[in-house]
Design a protein around this ligand. Structure first.
Ligand SMILES: [Zn+2]
Length: 171
């Protein structure tokens, strides 16, 4: 097994840049990402949403919840099918059972840490190649390799909006 790995490591030392490292190990990273995606993450998020929604409806004095609107960040790595299933399963036996859930996409916004420029993520994303788009889809962190500030070219930017899941409304 070590014999198989050894040549790979040597090659990696000769090409030290982060993007070539990433491209070399990309199939492995996808594998890791897919095994992580077994659903634990989605179930944990669904559990948090159910808990917060019940707390919110208690706070608002709502006895029977008519609808839930969730805002899903464009860059939130989530399998919507598993998430939706988890929400339905976890709401059984609670006040949220059979409550229709609407999902809305929250557009991502980036802000450059060097020059302060703020721009919509979509503006950069549409200019990427298919491979780059796919890389970001599987591993959202790779966004800092492929996307640069349109003003100053820096890769040091923050995601201001578009990550996370928010309860937009409950009634
Ligand atoms: Zn900038």
């Amino acid at each position: 097994m070590f014999n198989n790995f050894y040549p790979l490591l040597i090659t990696q030392e000769r090409k030290p840049t982060s993007s070539s490292f990433l491209m070399r190990y990309f199939p492995f990273l996808i594998l890791i990402s897919k095994s992580l995606k077994y659903g634990m993450h989605e179930w944990a998020l669904a559990q948090a949403v159910i808990k917060s929604t019940i707390a919110l409806s208690d706070e608002k004095g709502i006895k029977s919840v008519g609808k839930i609107i969730l805002l899903i960040g464009e860059l939130q790595n989530i399998d919507m099918e598993i998430f939706d299933f988890a929400l339905k399963e976890l709401s059984k036996g609670t006040v949220l059972e059979n409550t229709p859930i609407t999902y809305k996409k929250e557009e991502a916004v980036l802000t450059c840490n060097r020059c302060g420029y703020t721009w919509p993520y979509d503006e950069s994303f549409t200019k990427l190649s298919e491979e780059e788009k796919e890389a970001i889809h599987f591993i959202p962190e790779t966004l800092h390799i492929y996307i640069h500030c349109p003003e100053c070219g820096s890769v040091d930017f923050d995601v201001k909006k578009g990550r996370g899941i928010f309860i937009e409304d409950v009634d």
